[in-house]
Ligand binder design. Structure first.
Ligand code: NCD
Ligand code: ZN
Length: 343
């Protein structure tokens, strides 16, 4: 069996920097044409000049002959200046701005503490058509970690949506049925879905021993939510597209008494997705999810070239770990053999 589709893009990706970047970049560039590059470096990417310098480091690390295009983002902080953001957009330095609520996830200490503080920037973005990528979780200690997405929608996202109807918002890595329903109901709003949230629920993370390589934020939820995500992804609805949130951490950082959040799925994402879509009887919707809906929402053309997925009769071998100069990085284990591969 063969399936030829427009080359996919990854609308939410962590590439890190230095030796980690060099080690893991080929895992993405093998299959993907473009990716939205997350700005949560230490320190974060907050200016157009920093975004351009980071793009340069990514381009310098590209495998020979690669035509991969990194699409850069700025990390929104309480002190981000609206005119600086508009200038970075006008100079072609950035494709989107990322909102992390302070303390929500890995390297989000510089994030926004109160949406009021960034309203001038968001108003400017609405005016110039620059999309906002949102990590949709509240961080109040009083809110249970499994409820953080639903509470964010109610307290932060829905009011913001009403206040700035023209702002293009991408709710990143939606993990709940509440998120899917909200995105379906809201104008000018789309969502990315990760590979791993289509495959694992919280039992995979916690039953039979804790699995640090399944720990990511937002945390995997119960099975009913996973099913809602699969329905959204395989529906063909243009509001939903792939953002792997592939987020490498070295094994010692994951396998620790206080392990980092992040699942690394760049290596086998297309194999995993073909499996999920085939199981849902929706292989014909895979291209929309991975290659068409994302560019349409961002106002970009789809990639001009194609990839071919082939289904073989024996499991596709892929490395359990990627060895990098910053240590080994464990590849996402879907928990079942994969038969599809990009030829
Ligand atoms: C991401 C990371 O490691 O940078 N981790 C994660 O669990 N997804 C941060 C993020 O996108 O939340
Ligand atoms: Zn992420």
């Amino acid at each position: 069996m063969k399936l030829t589709i427009t080359r996919p893009d990854d609308w939410h990706l962590h590439l890190r920097d230095g030796d980690m970047l060099k080690g893991i970049l080929p895992e993405t560039t093998r299959d993907f044409g473009r990716a939205i590059i997350m700005p949560n470096l230490v320190p974060p990417v907050v200016t157009g000049v920093q975004a351009t310098a980071y793009r340069g480091r990514i381009q310098a690390a590209l495998p020979k002959g690669s035509r991969f295009t990194p699409l850069m983002t700025l990390y929104l902080t309480n002190t981000t200046n609206a005119d600086d953001v508009a200038a970075a957009h006008a100079f072609g330095q950035i494709t989107a701005v990322k909102l992390y609520p302070a303390g929500a996830t890995t390297n989000s200490d510089s994030g926004v503490t109160d949406i009021e503080k960034v309203m001038p920037v968001l108003e400017k973005m609405a005016e110039i058509g620059l999309p906002l990528c949102v990590h949709g979780e509240v961080t109040y200690p009083s809110v249970d970690i499994f409820d953080r997405e639903a509470v964010f929608i109610e307290r932060v996202l829905a009011p913001l949506r009403t206040r700035l109807p023209a702002l293009k918002i991408i709710m990143e890595h939606v993990t709940t049925e509440d998120g899917v329903d909200y995105v379906n109901s809201a104008k000018n709003t789309a969502a990315t879905l990760t590979t791993h949230h289509l495959i694992i629920n919280r039992n995979h993370l916690l039953v039979g021993g804790i699995k640090p390589h399944y720990y990511c934020l937002p945390i995997a939820k119960r099975e009913a939510h996973r099913l809602a995500l699969v329905n959204a992804a395989t529906s063909g609805n243009p509001k939903f597209f792939l953002g792997t949130d592939s987020a490498p951490h070295s094994d010692p950082a994951k396998e620790s008494a206080c392990g980092c959040a992040g699942v690394f799925s760049a290596t086998n994402t297309m194999s995993c997705l073909a499996h999920v879509f085939e199981n849902a009887g929706a292989l014909d919707k895979l291209e929309a999810f991975t290659s068409l809906n994302g560019p349409a929402f961002y106002g970009l053309p789809p990639n001009a070239d194609k990839i071919t997925l082939t289904k073989q009769t024996t499991p596709v071998p892929y490395p359990a770990k990627i060895e990098t100069g910053a240590g080994p990085v464990t590849v996402f284990d879907p928990g079942f053999p994969l038969y599809w591969h990009v030829a």
